[in-house]
Design a protein around this ligand. Structure first.
Ligand SMILES: [Fe+2]
Ligand SMILES: [Fe+2]
Length: 177
């Protein structure tokens, strides 16, 4: 057994090998490192004014998506999907927490309050697809214009996670009807 650490969310993982994705934030295996590769001041960044604006936009996006998925997870008629979107909500909440840490602000007070949904699985999953596509391309933009190496690393990593969620939504669509 070995102790690993995710460079993006900082959570630790105990296992015989690094997982393909961080179970907490979804970061890819290349970012799950030996604990010695996680310097203690890793999130001690000094964002520029424009990076701070992009961090705030990221916090708001993750907050909205967390609440939307918690709303989807409340539905009872398809337990596998409810459970899947509850899991997704936790990943998005983790992303929100990462951006809050980098911006040095508290997490939004209503982060874990279920938001409004359409009440229909297919409509909501299609809405989710749009949200994940927006998130992934927005984070690509933020990563491209960031000057801080750490901020660039985080936006790139989370953009890849949101792209994975697009694939997840496509699988979810096959489970409705
Ligand atoms: Fe992580
Ligand atoms: Fe996210």
């Amino acid at each position: 057994m070995k102790l690993y650490r995710c460079r993006i969310c900082g959570d630790t993982y105990l296992g015989s090998e690094a997982p393909s994705h961080c179970p907490f934030c979804g970061a890819h295996r290349a970012l799950i490192v030996d604990t010695t590769e996680f310097p203690s001041g890793i999130n001690d960044v000094q964002p520029t004014e424009s990076e701070l604006a992009d961090l705030n936009a990221s916090i708001e996006l993750e907050r909205a998506n967390t609440r939307f998925y918690l709303g989807m997870a409340l539905r009872k008629e398809n337990e596998a999907l409810s459970s899947g979107y509850k899991r997704l909500a936790k990943v998005e909440a983790e992303h929100c927490g990462i951006f809050c840490k980098l911006a040095k602000v508290a997490k939004p007070a209503d982060l874990m309050e279920p938001g409004e949904t359409s009440g229909d699985w297919k409509t909501d999953i299609e809405e989710s697809l749009g949200r994940e596509k927006r998130a992934s391309s927005l984070y690509d933009e933020f990563a491209a214009r960031a000057t801080g190496e750490r901020l660039k690393e985080v936006w790139e990593a989370i953009s890849a996670v949101e792209a994975d969620h697009i694939e997840l939504d496509k699988v979810a669509l096959t489970l409705v009807d």
